[in-house]
Design a protein around this ligand. Structure first.
Ligand code: ADP
Length: 245
């Protein structure tokens, strides 16, 4: 889908966020971008989204051009919902911006809300929902345009552990049924090992790709008990320690 070659990004403040970062993204991948805070993960995600441009290096899309806006979904750590709007109206937003009426959008809104487990909450306002449910609305909003690429920037970092585990499992089921490409930013080794088919470890700033690890984790109901999961956590931990040495 995308080849990122020797990308560098230095901000006008002088901060060099990325240096010589290279990565290949295949269609259908679930990639975790893992690294310590400030290593340039969000910067790389913004470059992939086309929200920022590199100072050096290239991003080459197999399709010959970057995806159109509706083909990329973006989910942030904060659910960033309109506080006065209902669940359904929040999910409608990206379609509304494309000139699609609420009536026209209704089937897509209903389908995506059912998919993220929010059937029955169409009329609720964000303040009536739990943090996990607000994040589900945010994911539904990102998916309503049927993106080919879903970019997620630490979406579960602010949730309690019980809610996070549930959302992680549900995200895997969503990915299995939708099949879009996911790039998931996290600073949690456990989260990366649980979710990703490929874990991309970044170095501390300026961020480079230190190592890529393929996962053989089963992604079944008992993933956290799978010896392959424990082995991957250990492998990532060792690689991270080697990077920080
Ligand atoms: P991460 O997502 O890994 O925590 P970021 O990509 O957000 O890291 O940031 C990498 C570095 O670049 C940090 O030191 C951050 O402060 C800096 N940075 C990010 N965005 C900007 C910006 N727009 N202007 C200046 N510095 C920035």
């Amino acid at each position: 889908m995308l080849t990122i070659s020797s990308v560098g990004r230095r901000f006008p403040t002088g901060t060099e966020a990325l240096r010589d970062a290279s990565l290949r993204l295949n269609a259908g991948d679930f990639v975790a971008l893992l690294g310590p805070s400030g290593c340039g993960k969000s910067t790389l995600l913004r470059l992939i989204a086309g929200l920022d441009r590199p100072d050096s290096g290239t991003l080459t899309w197999d399709a010959g051009q970057p995806p159109a806006p509706g083909e990329v979904g973006y989910v942030f750590q904060d659910a960033t919902l309109l506080p006065w709007a209902s669940t359904a109206d929040n999910v409608w937003l990206p379609l509304r911006l494309r000139g699609i009426s609420r009536d026209q959008a209704e089937p897509a809104i209903a389908a995506v809300l059912a998919r993220v487990g929010l059937k029955g909450f169409e009329s609720s306002r964000p303040r009536q929902l739990s943090g996990g449910m607000r994040m589900r609305v945010s994911i539904a909003r990102a998916l309503v345009t049927k993106p080919r690429l879903l970019l997620m920037d630490e979406p579960f970092a602010a949730l309690d552990e019980f809610t996070r585990h549930k959302l992680q499992a549900d995200l895997l089921a969503l990915h299995a049924s939708i099949g879009c490409t996911v790039v998931f930013v996290t600073h949690s080794i456990y989260e990366a090992a649980f979710l990703a088919r490929r874990v991309v470890l970044m170095t501390p700033r300026p961020g480079r790709i230190a190592r890529e690890m393929d996962s053989s984790v089963s992604h079944s109901a008992d993933t956290r008990l799978d010896p392959a999961y424990a082995a991957l956590v250990a492998e990532i931990s060792q690689a991270m320690e080697a990077e920080l040495r």
